[in-house]
Design a protein around this ligand. Structure first.
Ligand SMILES: Cc1cn([C@H]2C[C@H](O)[C@@H](COP(=O)(O)OP(=O)(O)O[C@H]3O[C@H](CO)[C@@H](O)[C@H](O)[C@H]3O)O2)c(=O)[nH]c1=O
Length: 340
């Protein structure tokens, strides 16, 4: 399939966030100039975000704007000043469970924020706009592994609903403005510098403290845990697989028939039982977890599992780090960063 010239200037939203930080680091190592845009919201420890940005700022080729995506004109001004070839939009209000408590935060960041990114990408006529969606959009689907061609109309959380809305908005802009858009569906991403609200961090922290861990659905859940370095490598490779007309289609493609737009799963293609994931943390820490068994939480999905064959067809690559190696790397980072 045709590929574009490698990008030289990439704008990354959410650059102080977990995935944005890893992606920016990978791009900088390749000699690409990166501008980060981040609102530094206090959904979790802002100190972690500042430390990620400080590491990026130590690299040549990195600059950043700190502003909220939904603030009037802020993203437009930063994007015009930087003039990117590619925008990777990772900034979001994340988290399944917090969307019950504070749904408006998801409208602001995920709907208004994504709209501002679409508008800037259209105005600047970028070569490729890449936007993060989530495996959570598969919602109540039971056909597994999840493929991009499956219907995804039964979201279980407001978070997932705002992400699905972002997909629809992206498709409409791709169609009307002939803007190449790739939408990623990420599957439970984890690894060093991970988010404090997610299970890898919460469980490791509690186990090292000797505190009990809250195990939802009595441990009877499955996740396709995807290692962050594999994920950002997949994003970088997809950057060169720009969606266009039918000549850019590959077998099993989700390419829209009316727009330069496709959705791509980025997942490990490995369904890990929650109890095996906990065992991986016990192995990495050398400690036994005390389990507080609980019911499934509202809005949660019991299982996710990616069909990653489209990613492989487009890039020749698929994530491969298993949960034992990935959690060992996470625990090593956690101990080093917090000195524990
Ligand atoms: C926080 C927490 C989680 N869990 C369970 C629920 C899940 O089966 C599994 C992983 O949970 P989390 O680490 O929160 O990840 P998950 O629910 O899959 O959601 C993540 O992955 C989604 C899909 O990529 C993202 O869109 C979300 O932003 C991200 O938070 O652990 C527990 O049993 N206890 C907990 O305290």
């Amino acid at each position: 399939m045709p590929v574009s010239a490698p990008p030289t200037r990439v704008l990354v939203t959410g650059s102080a966030g977990f995935i944005g930080f890893h992606l920016a680091r990978l791009l900088l190592a390749e000699g690409i100039t990166v501008h980060g845009f981040d609102g530094m919201t206090d959904y979790y420890d802002v100190g972690l975000k500042r430390d990620r940005h400080a590491l990026l700022a130590a690299q040549p080729g990195f600059s950043a704007t700190e502003a909220l995506l939904e603030a009037d004109g802020a993203f437009d001004a930063a994007a015009r000043a930087f003039a990117p070839d590619v925008i990777v939009h990772l900034a979001a209000q994340a988290g399944v469970r917090y969307s019950i408590e504070n749904p408006r935060a998801y409208i602001d960041a995920n709907i208004v924020g994504t709209f501002n990114v679409l508008e800037a990408a259209r105005a600047l006529n970028v070569d490729h706009l890449m936007i993060a969606s989530t495996s959570s959009v598969y919602g109540a689907n039971t056909q597994m592994p999840y493929a991009e061609s499956h219907k995804a109309d039964t979201q279980m959380s407001f978070y997932a609903a705002t992400k699905k809305a972002g997909e629809a908005m992206g498709h409409a802009y791709a169609h009307i403005h002939k803007l190449p858009v790739t939408m990623f569906r990420f599957f439970t991403v984890y690894g060093p510098w991970g988010r404090p609200d997610m299970a890898p961090y919460k469980f490791t922290n509690a186990i090292l403290n000797g505190d009990p861990i809250d195990v939802y659905n009595h441990g009877n859940m499955f996740r396709d845990f995807t290692y962050v370095e594999d994920l950002v490598r997949a994003i970088r490779l997809l950057m060169d697989a720009v969606p266009g007309g039918p000549e850019t289609a590959v077998p099993g493609d989700s390419l829209s028939p009316v727009a330069p737009y496709r959705v791509v799963n980025i997942g490990n293609s490995d369904k890990v039982r929650l109890t095996d994931f906990i065992a991986a943390i016990e192995a990495a820490t050398g400690l036994q977890a005390t389990r507080n068994l609980m019911d499934i939480q509202p809005g949660d999905v019991p299982a996710t599992w990616a069909d990653a064959s489209l990613l492989q067809a487009l890039t020749g690559y698929r994530p491969e780090t298993d949960i034992t190696d990935g959690m060992a790397a996470f625990v090593a980072w956690f101990r080093d960063y917090y000195g524990r």
